[in-house]
Design a protein around this ligand. Structure first.
Ligand SMILES: *[C@@H]1O[C@H](CO)[C@@H](O)[C@H](O)[C@H]1NC(C)=O
Ligand SMILES: *[C@@H]1O[C@H](CO)[C@@H](O)[C@H](O)[C@H]1NC(C)=O
Ligand SMILES: *[C@@H]1O[C@H](CO)[C@@H](O)[C@H](O)[C@H]1NC(C)=O
Ligand SMILES: *[C@@H]1O[C@H](CO)[C@@H](O)[C@H](O)[C@H]1NC(C)=O
Length: 957
């Protein structure tokens, strides 16, 4: 949450002070008491008690049950199991309460298994629309395995019936085994049980039930089942208990990753058991956490219930599709050091991670993803939730933001100053103060008398504007947006469903549009159209803040769980997708405001699985200190692990004033975030790059220019992500899947597969930085081109000008080297190729270009080249995706002057003198130069003048 101290807000704050002690928050660390611990969450506590009971029972039963059995009371009903096409159906029942559950296990292509479960005859429907908003095509067109590729056999092992579904067409070693008593599941991959469900017996499903009458039996439900309070807020829970939980064991794995958003290390720590375990489970519940803690499993602004496990043999994943509040415990058998010793000693005990997932409501809906390679895993995940689409190309540039640029003159002055100092940028941002009294879609006409002229001035040199448009709508009968939404009944309702829900946010008393109502979502989308949004132009884009949603006087600063949405659903059922639904509606509005449609750009703070389709997110309100700078690395990586690729942290830190050193280092790191924005709180000092003077200005400018130089590489990475689902920034294990010692590494990371970044995260420039260059590969310092051979552990000295960035041997990296004021102005600039030669003298890479704004690339309007270097010959060939079409012809014509102006081959040992360039059947010879080379083993082909869109080859001799 952002706090402001202008007069008008002070007035609102005074009103607020009675119900929320917001004023007390100014300048303090996180107010723990604003947020629940797991001890204050009744459904979590009921599952905890159940789990402890099962564990105790298991100990009591001791020797009488075999190792594979637990004291779980849930069993498969006899003769209830059958295979119906691609779905295995089973009835499961809790021995004591006799309410049967139906489990549907569906087998999808590529070995994806989906397990859905709920009451066989639910008393009333459970919320099941999460899939509609999250899955590709709303889940309607999932690709199932063909029925004849599946076979069911049932066998009796130790008196236990086990049902086995073998996949014939997939990797023949995959099979799905379900044991009857108690119910448990093993997903066997590569002959190893790899993902185990209910192996600890923690599966527990609270079936829907009638509210016990005054004289009715209470059935042990005194513990917050029908009513729960948190501080002064009451949750009326009209539906009673409906939660469920399950343990999922990743057998053979020591590391699990993902489930953002938490300010925690990349490799997820245990939450129970270990010495260094967190004392709370990981929580997924989108919240506006003011000055959040670091190294904590506390919930933050976004939630993606996707967990990835990796070992040297394979990468697997679990996607827990549920939008309600969810808690995840992580346990390991022993402390990892002890585990390691044990394994070394005996060579027998496998590592494993057991996770316990608990959601408050909805249908149980889980996907098991078998990998086995990282590329396989992300293809599988993207099959479910789609890839990240290609963004507007300007969105990869530098974003200059602050709460707030004061007025039109200030905006234009910042624009001028950036240009004066030779600092490229693409977007300047306006926070809430640009509006007329926090009425979004309006302008403060005193400060912004002519927003259209302002945008046109910015657009002159290719710069865009972003306005914040938050989801809270000021309750003001004179405000047309409020009036229209009210009259159409588009607002979220109170718990009785009788009136609009009301809460406090920036404008004071507010209501929230109910995006679950498709008509309301379509209506809000239309408000972004050029004829509706006064003062907007096609150069205006949008920022959705506060969409968790943040409600200052609500429980945990958000909506009450029992208030009502379209269809009568409670907020609890969909809390974690609420922000995404607004993000989607905004993106839809921008996409359709012009014809033909253009790609939108929308930044959101709240997010869920699927949000990657609608734009970028940032990690939320961080602070100007070294700890937050460091924490941003695993946070950005964890989001990428979970498929939320277009993400960054606020450069400089939102709260507080960064020192010039911190600011410099943060820019040097921030250029490697997929989303690169500097932002600052209203109470902080101005901190645009020139404010810090020299030498900082030069270092910051150099960093930003490095980002712009590499924009063709970044855009090509986005293209790859849009096809394959692969992360843009990658933990080391993703690129070096067998380097076990780097599985927990989160101080350095890869950008794509070609660039290794080792950021400086410390004020101290006198102590050298430890660098690990993995694998038997060449690595080249990107600045000096000095070559190193991995695997290598080495210390590098660094001053404030230096950043440690290495190109991986075997890569070809495209750049644009001319300095311009914005990415827009670079569109037709020539390309430079860097060929970083591997130990075997080869390299490969890609270059992707399109118009950066339209959807014509979908009909072929792009250039995508496969570049390869071998036997001293560099070749450019069209990628297999290339299709010829009228749109492609037009695009090639538009790019007909764009050439490769320089090729730098780094790491060639022999002394070469000539480049024979073959293009269009013609050969021309160019003398290689070494002038300007940084190292001996580097040669430069000056102006080969080959066109980026053509086939060509260049032979060095
Ligand atoms: C089988 O495994 C291979 C090797 O990783 C993988 O490339 C392929 O996609 C898998 N096949 C299926 C049908 O998933
Ligand atoms: C399981 O499948 C049956 C038959 O297709 C369907 O009626 C039922 O709703 C499904 N249950 C779940 C939880 O998807
Ligand atoms: C995971 O399951 C395996 C096999 O049942 C078991 O040996 C191991 O202890 C479990 N791991 C944890 C952390 O509970
Ligand atoms: C808000 O909408 C309700 C329902 O349409 C209507 O009765 C009420 O008069 C509206 N309020 C205002 C102030 O227009």
């Amino acid at each position: 949450m952002k706090l402001k101290r202008s007069k008008s807000t002070l007035v609102s704050l005074l009103f607020l002070a009675a119900s929320v002690s917001l004023l007390a928050q100014v300048g303090l660390a996180v107010k723990q008491e604003d947020f629940k611990t797991s001890e204050q969450v009744a459904f979590y506590q009921r599952h905890r008690a159940f789990a402890d009971g099962v564990a105790k029972e298991g100990q009591l039963l001791g020797k009488s049950i075999s190792a594979s059995q637990t004291a779980s009371p849930y069993s498969v009903l006899q003769d209830s199991v059958y295979l119906d096409g691609h779905t295995l159906v089973a009835s499961v029942q809790h021995g004591a309460d006799k309410v049967p559950l139906k489990l549907n296990v569906s087998f999808l292509e590529h070995g994806i298994v989906r397990i859905r479960g709920q009451e066989a005859n639910p008393l009333k429907p459970r919320f099941d629309d999460t899939q509609k908003h999250v899955l590709r095509d709303g889940g309607a067109n999932l690709k199932y395995a063909s029925a004849d590729s599946l076979s069911l056999t049932s066998e009796v092992i130790n008196g236990q019936t086990v049902h086995v579904v073998a996949f014939k067409d997939a990797n023949s070693t995959a099979s799905f085994r379900m044991t009857e008593r108690p119910w448990s599941v093993e997903y066997v991959l590569n002959n190893k049980p790899s993902i185990l469900l209910n192996s600890k017996g923690l599966f527990h499903f609270e079936h829907l039930r009638e509210r016990p009458g005054a004289d009715g039996e209470v059935d042990g439900e005194a513990d917050g089942a029908w009513e729960e309070t948190f501080r002064t807020w009451k949750d009326t829970k009209p539906r009673g208990p409906e939660s469920f939980g399950l343990d999922i064991n990743f057998s053979g794995f020591e590391h699990v990753y993902g489930i953002p958003e938490h300010a925690s290390p990349l490799s997820l720590k245990s939450t129970r058991g270990d010495k260094d375990a967190y004392s709370q489970p990981y929580r997924l519940y989108n919240l506006d956490v003011f000055e959040h803690d670091l190294d904590s499993p506390m919930a933050l602004y976004g939630s993606i219930p996707f967990m990835v496990a990796h070992n040297a043999e394979s990468t697997v994943g679990v996607f827990w599709l549920n939008a309600a509040e969810t808690w995840i415990d992580v346990t390991r058998d022993k402390s990892s050091t002890l585990g390691n010793l044990f394994r070394l000693g005996t060579g027998s005990k496998e590592p494993s991670v057991s996770t316990h997932w608990i959601s408050e409501s909805g249908v149980m809906d889980i996907f098991l993803l078998p990998g086995p390679s990282t590329a396989d895993l992300y293809r599988q995940y993207a099959e479910l939730v789609e890839q990240t689409p290609l963004p507007r190309s300007f969105a990869l540039g530098y974003h200059q933001c602050r709460w707030n640029y004061l007025d039109q003159a200030d905006v234009l002055a910042v624009n001028d100053k950036l240009q004066e100092h030779g600092i490229p940028y693409d977007v300047i941002w306006l926070d809430i103060e640009h509006t007329d009294g926090k009425r979004y879609f309006t302008w403060d006409s005193g400060k912004f008398p002519d927003p259209v002229a302002m945008q046109q001035k910015l657009a002159y040199n290719g710069h865009q504007l972003v306005n914040v448009v938050d989801p809270h709508i000021k309750r003001d009968t004179e405000y047309p947006i409020w009036k229209e939404a009210n009259d159409s009944g588009y607002f979220v309702k109170n718990r009785e469903g009788t009136d609009n829900f009301q809460g406090w946010c920036w404008p004071g008393d507010s209501s929230w549009v109910d995006y679950l109502n498709p008509e309301a979502a379509a209506w809000i989308s239309k408000q972004f159209h050029l004829d509706k949004y006064n003062g907007s132009t096609p150069n205006l884009f949008v920022w959705n803040d506060m969409n968790e949603p943040s409600v200052f006087n609500g429980p945990e600063i958000t909506m009450d769980k029992d208030i009502k949405h379209h269809g009568g659903w409670e907020h609890r059922d969909l809390h974690n997708i609420f922000g995404m639904l607004y993000h989607k509606a905004t993106a839809d509005g921008l996409r359709t405001r012009e014809s033909p449609a253009k790609r939108p750009f929308v930044l959101s703070r709240a997010y869920f699985a699927g949000s990657q389709r609608y734009g970028a997110v940032w990690t939320g309100d961080n602070a100007a200190n070294w700890e937050h700078l460091r924490a941003s690395i695993p946070m950005v990586l964890s989001n990428n692990v979970a498929g939320m690729h277009f993400v960054g942290a606020d450069v400089g830190g939102f709260f507080g004033n960064p020192t010039p050193e911190l600011m410099t280092r943060w820019y040097q790191l921030g250029i490697w975030y997929p989303f690169f924005r500097a932002h600052a709180h209203i109470d902080t000092k101005r901190r645009e790059p020139w404010v810090f003077g020299e030498p900082y200005l030069t270092h910051i400018r150099d960093a930003i220019r490095e980002r712009y130089r590499l924009l063709p590489y970044w855009y090509t990475l986005f293209r790859e992500a849009s096809l394959t689902g692969m992360p843009l920034v990658r933990p080391m294990w993703m690129e070096f899947p067998k380097e076990t010692s780097m599985f927990a590494e989160d101080a350095s990371f890869m950008v794509g597969s070609a660039i290794l970044v080792v950021p400086a995260t410390d004020a101290d420039t006198s102590t050298p930085i430890d660098v690990r260059l993995p694998a038997q590969e060449n690595w080249y310092d990107m600045r000096t081109h000095a070559a190193y051979v991995g695997p290598l552990k080495r210390q590098f000295a660094l001053d404030l000008a230096t950043t440690l960035v290495f190109a991986r041997g075997g890569s070809i990296v495209p750049t644009r080297e001319r300095q311009r004021g914005s990415s827009e102005l670079m569109r037709r600039d020539p390309i430079t190729l860097y060929v970083y030669v591997s130990q075997t003298g080869t390299a490969t890479g890609k270059l992707y270009l399109d118009d950066g704004e339209s959807y014509n690339y979908q009909s072929g309007a792009f250039i995508e080249r496969d570049l390869s270097f071998a036997n001293a010959k560099l070749t450019s060939r069209p990628s297999p995706h290339t299709v010829s079409s009228p749109e492609q012809v037009d695009f090639l014509a538009a790019m007909s002057k764009v050439r490769v102006e320089r090729i730098v081959v780094v790491g060639m040992r022999n002394a070469l003198t000539n480049a024979a360039v073959v293009e269009n059947g013609q050969t021309r010879n160019i003398a290689l130069t070494y002038a300007g080379s940084k190292v001996d083993s580097e040669c430069v082909i000056r102006d080969p003048a080959v066109l980026v869109g053509n086939d060509w080859e260049i032979l060095l001799s």
